[in-house]
Design a protein around this ligand. Structure first.
Ligand code: SAM
Length: 137
């Protein structure tokens, strides 16, 4: 998924990144993989924001990160990697004076229904869910 996510972020930079960038992982599950996709997405956005112009000229102040799975998912264990993720994407001590805020939330619910408010998500990822569906439509 990594090169696909990176390519999607590059496309978005070319189209003009919004000031508030929304990224979601449908079926985040729990355990070490729960934050893997969004970590890749955050890295890709940071890489382009801090890269050479014109990417560096893009202004993106906030990253909204939403993790979705069914309400029965173990979101508590999914969040155990969050402190590490925050540390990894922290500006402290990096010598970088511009770094967007990253805000992570969980969205319990089925992706067969509507999960997010209108016009809030720009990159939506999903990995290994088609063989694990809660129902077949
Ligand atoms: C095999 S896991 C995928 C884990 C993770 N995305 C990965 O790549 O390692 C499949 C996940 O899909 C979730 N899932 C299945 N049907 C779903 C639905 N209708 N809405 C949201 N999540 C669903 C399951 O709860 C499970 O956590």
């Amino acid at each position: 998924m990594k090169p696909l996510i990176e390519a999607a972020v590059v496309d978005m930079f070319e189209a003009g990144l919004p000031a508030r960038f929304g990224v979601a992982d449908l079926d985040c599950a729990s355990g070490p993989n729960a934050l893997a996709l969004i970590s890749t997405a955050i890295n890709a956005v940071h890489h382009h924001l801090l890269g050479p112009a014109p990417a560096a000229a893009s202004r993106c102040d906030e990253l909204t990160v939403l993790l979705n799975d069914l309400p029965t998912n173990d979101f508590t264990s999914a969040m155990t990697g969050l402190p590490l993720l925050r540390q990894k994407h922290s500006v402290v001590g990096s010598g970088v004076d511009y770094w967007p805020g990253v805000f992570v939330s969980v969205v319990p619910g089925t992706f067969y229904g509507r999960l997010f408010p209108e016009r809030t998500m720009h990159l939506v990822c999903s990995s290994f869910s088609l063989h694990w569906l809660s129902k077949v439509c």
